[in-house]
Design a protein around this ligand. Structure first.
Ligand code: ATP
Length: 964
């Protein structure tokens, strides 16, 4: 297979000695291992790892150009408006008041510093999130298999690859079991490439190096073992990355909308400012003074920082979500989460604990409780009574990739607990020297191993008698797994624990191979034509098939997971191993029934979804009845739906529906079972066609399209594949449904906070603009001086508004419907507040200004200045919530706001009463009475909003009681 586009040819990597100019793919596996000083069975030693990571650095593609803090600060200081303002200040300083000019420059720099600090924090938060998104790999080091962050890989590491992994570095393959890799990202070739381990004699292009796996490519099928030959920027991907330009971070939809809005507002503000400037000149004000006022006003009122505020709110929000085990991979997701109105969830592990335990076995003629064997009873004693069960347990232990290891941790200093996305579970806590029990692999398979061991059938023993020669790995389309084994020759007698299988071996005489199959029982039964009953083959007629199907349906209906088991005798080991050749004419053995309890917290999370206007759906690969049972227990499928005859739709049902029928179904059906990844994609698309904003979970390699299609793709952190994580917007570090709900709550809070920020800053700014624009029309001089305008801007937009962005959220945030996607930021009262509260504030300031100015009071501007500053404090306090009264909110719930309010008050009193500052800010000390009057007047907009909130609350109450 040739590649469509050829990347630059490989240079000899560091692993090669100068003597040999051959590339790794041209050498046999043993030579590559030798060159890299490693061992396939044990991996690298801790010393070599330390040395190599020192010399080669981390295994990462160096991010080309993150903005340095200095550049960020410089950008803030050199924003066009800021530069114009500083220029104007300097000019006016030269012409007149030098102190004022210096104060203006100081305030501007201080403002820029606040902006810089926020942006820097956001940048750091995003960078930290990006680091966490690095996948984990399974490596063999110091003789044991362990999970490791892909960044810590070094040359010579032995990595274990399986379907769904993203290849973590360039590797030479040592073992390939049907390994198939999609190299589209590197070569452009869209069909996955079959991999093997044979050396290639000639020099071939990347796409033809079938014994290599390259960083960033995707394992789509099978599994393999490989040795790392190059890491980081020395990989093929690294070479391309080095040549690429920096990737621009994309703006989120809300940021884009706000950026556009900011531009419109800027034009409007500049037009108003131009009018104010002209009116001032007509009144005979000096040109430099008017110019300075106009520019100060423009700097204060143009909301140029809006998109940045969104970044900050999203980045810090993502950080808070991480504390709740939701890792955001794509920042816009934080914003979209606030609009999610359907959550499609897997069952296993998300709604249930993924703690499988085998409870019973159903053989064609008998039902055996797992608990009928006491733990600690003599190994193998019980199984002697149950030869048919012994065969079933032999099958599930052989057709099984899980492992239970007992290992003493080595001193390599590699502590698995450091890795968040840990695929390996172990019992905790342990002291370092004690043997650690490490359960590795799929929980279903682990449960089978544990069950078999309890009955005395041990995997390690079986493996020596029935060596595995080939396999068809589990995939979520086939919903089964098959392994092919050699039959042991009858010359050697079985050990006592397996002696019970002797009659079966006799029956299999003449067969050199056997295939063991386990998987979804309903489908398995259709591929069986015989059953194994009491030591012999029995034809699987319709009656028997129906009886077995009915038994498993009954079990599934009780919420128990039923796994079917079968085998296939083979006269000769087949040369080609395919589902078609192996998974037919099977002999049915029985079922293993496992329970997986629902998660405790899922039930309340589902209730929360309902009150928040979010519809939870289950989309599972499991049996419809098992799925329905769990859905019912958790409140996803409700009783009333059952009485109306509602049911779980299966993948087969879905395949039969037209697009229009599916669109109709998705509004009614809550449980989808035995679905394929394609069904998942169809369901998401149908929901989206109906206007829903969908969050969808997934873990498998084939789930990527559905995860990408969903508005919020959610991957499992523990059980998910790299591919699913890569495609997802969010990774659940604890695989828990409740975490998705917590993240949607956080998304709503963040959106609320952004809205409040916009509402607060624009209301204050519009009040200020009204007052300054109308004053000259009443024949008054400008009611605020340039420095005062900038000061108010610093207090209001710089200190108070920022504290609003960390509000913890209204109590009722999950008791109202989600935001509509693309909903105007001015909706739900924001535009109204900016309009009428802004106007009210402007008129209030004008009234104060006019009353005192017309009476000839010298300190009339100080009244306006003080009232405006205090009113912004009052506004921030009431604007914390859209509905809840200021008096009902715990003042301690946002400590940042408390600090901001106290700081603002202190600073404002300082400019009013500290003599040095009075002369800079042109303020006159207010008497107690005057101060009291300013304070009282400043609360007018506060009370207006509080009254409005009371009306809103009583209307909501009325609507609710009317609806009941
Ligand atoms: P969910 O989609 O909610 O995670 P699930 O884990 O049951 O549920 P899949 O992993 O797609 O979904 O499994 C679908 C079916 O495939 C299971 O119901 C089971 O019958 C079968 N199955 C699951 N794991 C294995 C396995 N390791 N080997 C063989 N068959 C399996």
């Amino acid at each position: 297979m040739t590649s469509k586009s050829q990347p630059p040819k490989s240079q000899p990597s560091k692993s090669q000695t100068p003597k040999s100019q051959l590339f790794e793919y041209q050498l046999d596996a043993a030579s590559v291992l030798h060159q890299l000083g490693t061992d396939a069975a044990t991996g690298l030693t801790a010393d070599t790892v330390a040395r190599r990571s020192n010399s080669d650095g981390r295994n990462e593609l160096i991010r080309s150009q993150t903005e340095s803090p200095w550049t960020m600060l410089w950008r803030q200081l050199t924003a066009t408006m800021v530069v114009i303002l500083m220029g104007a200040a300097v000019v006016s300083g030269l012409l007149g008041d030098v102190r004022e000019a210096i104060a203006i420059v100081a305030i501007v720099i201080f403002n820029a510093a606040i902006g810089f600090r926020q942006e820097y924090r956001a940048e750091r938060a995003i960078a930290a999130l990006e680091k966490l998104a690095v996948p984990t790999v399974t490596v063999r080091r110091g003789g044991r298999v362990q999970p490791l962050s892909a960044r810590d890989l070094v040359r010579g590491d032995i990595v274990l690859l399986e379907a769904g992994d993203i290849v973590p570095a360039d590797c030479r393959l040592l073992e390939s079991i049907h390994l198939r890799v999609s190299e589209a990202s590197l070569t452009g070739e869209s069909a996955p490439v079959d991999k093997d381990i044979r050396a290639i004699a000639t020099d071939v292009p990347l796409g033809d190096r079938h014994n290599m796996a390259f960083m960033g490519t995707i394992v789509t099928y099978g599994r393999g073992v490989a040795v790392v030959t190059a890491t980081g920027m020395n990989t093929e991907l690294g070479r391309i990355a080095a040549a690429m330009q920096t990737v621009r971070r994309e703006l989120t939809p809300l940021q884009l909308r706000l950026e556009r809005l900011g531009k419109v507002l800027a034009v409007a503000v500049l037009a108003i400012v131009a009018v104010i400037f002209s009116l001032g000149l007509l009144r005979g004000e000096s040109i430099p003074e008017m110019f300075l006022t106009a520019v100060s006003l423009a700097v204060a009122a143009v909301p140029e920082g809006l998109p940045a505020v969104v970044t900050i709110a999203l980045a810090l929000g993502a950080q808070r979500m991480l504390e709740r085990h939701a890792l955001i991979r794509k920042l816009p997701a934080v914003e979209t989460l606030g609009s999610v109105d359907v959550i499609c969830s897997d069952k296993t592990g998300t709604l249930t604990e993924n703690r499988m335990t085998a409870t019973s076995f159903d053989l064609p003629q008998s039902h055996i409780e797992f608990a009928s064997v006491e733990p600690g009873s003599p190994l193998g004693s019980a199984i002697q009574q149950e030869p048919d069960l012994a065969l079933l347990l032999l099958s599930v232990s052989s057709c099984n990739d899980a492992r239970v290891e007992k290992a003493v941790p080595d001193a390599s200093g590699l502590d698995d607990s450091l890795h968040r996305e840990e695929p390996v579970r172990r019992e905790e806590p342990v002291r370092r020297e004690e043997p650690v029990r490490r359960d590795i692999g799929d929980p279903t398979e682990l449960a089978l191993l544990v069950a078999a061991e309890r009955w005395g059938v041990r995997k390690d023993e079986i493996e020596t008698w029935f060596p595995r020669v080939a396999e068809l790995p589990f995939d979520s389309d086939r919903k089964r797994m098959t392994t092919l084994h050699e039959m042991p020759s009858s010359d050697r007698a079985f050990p006592p624990a397996l002696a019970v299988l002797e009659p079966w071996r006799k029956t299999m005489r003449g067969c050199t191979g056997v295939a063991f199959v386990k998987g979804a029982v309903d489908r398995l039964l259709t591929d069986c034509d015989r059953a194994w009953i009491e030591g012999g083959f029995v034809s699987l007629d319709d009656a028997l098939r129906h009886r077995m199907a009915a038994t498993s349906e009954r079990t599934a209906g009780a919420g128990i997971r039923v796994l079917g088991v079968a085998f296939r005798p083979l006269d000769a080991l087949p040369t080609s191993v395919t589902a078609r050749s192996l998974e037919r004419h099977l002999v049915f053995l029985g079922t293993v029934n496992t329970v997986d309890p629902p998660r405790q917290e899922a039930k309340s999370a589902i209730q929360q979804c309902r009150s928040a206007g979010i519809r939870p759906l289950v989309i599972t690969g499991d049996h419809p009845l098992t799925a329905l049972h769990i859905a019912r227990e958790l409140g996803i499928a409700r009783e009333s739906e059952f009485t109306r005859g509602d049911r779980a739709l299966s993948g087969t049902d879905l395949d039969r529906l037209s697009a229009a029928e599916l669109d109709d179904c998705v509004e009614r059906v809550a449980v989808y079972a035995r679905v394929s990844p394609q069904n998942k994609l169809d369901i998401v698309q149908a929901l989206q066609r109906r206007g829903h904003v969908v969050a969808m979970t997934g873990d498998g390699v084939n789930d990527a399209p559905a995860l990408k299609q969903a508005d919020i793709g959610v991957a499992m952190g523990i059980t998910g594949t790299d591919v699913a994580k890569e495609a997802a917007d969010m990774v659940l570090l604890d695989d828990n449904f409740a975490t998705i709900v917590a993240a949607t709550r956080e998304g709503r809070v963040i959106y609320d906070n952004i809205r409040m920020f916009v509402k607060f800053t624009l209301t204050g700014n519009s009040g200020e603009l009204w007052a300054i624009a109308i004053a000259p029309l009443l024949g008054m001089p400008l009611p605020l001086l340039p420095l005062q305008i900038l000061w108010i801007n610093l207090l209001g937009d710089g200190i108070l508004a920022i504290a609003l962005s960390v509000e913890p959220g209204e109590r009722s945030v999950m008791n109202r419907p989600p935001y509509r996607s693309g909903e105007s930021i001015f909706g739900r009262g924001v535009g109204r507040a900016i309009g009428w509260v802004g106007l009210q504030l402007g008129l209030l300031l004008l009234a104060i200004a006019y009353a005192s100015w017309s009476r000839g009071q010298a300190e009339w501007q100080t009244f306006v200045f003080a009232t405006l500053a205090f009113s912004r404090i009052a506004l921030v306090l009431t604007m914390r919530s859209d509905r809840e009264s200021f008096f009902a909110i715990d003042p301690r719930s946002n400590p940042a706001l408390l600090v901001a309010v106290l700081t603002t008050l202190t600073l404002q009193f300082a400019v009013l009463y500290v003599p040095g500052l009075q002369s800079v800010f042109d303020t006159a000390p207010l008497t107690e009475g005057e101060l009291g009057a300013c304070l009282a007047a400043s609360t007018v907009p506060f009370w207006a909003i509080e009254v409005e909130k009371t009306v809103i609350r009583s209307r909501m109450l009325h609507n609710r009681s009317g609806g009941e």
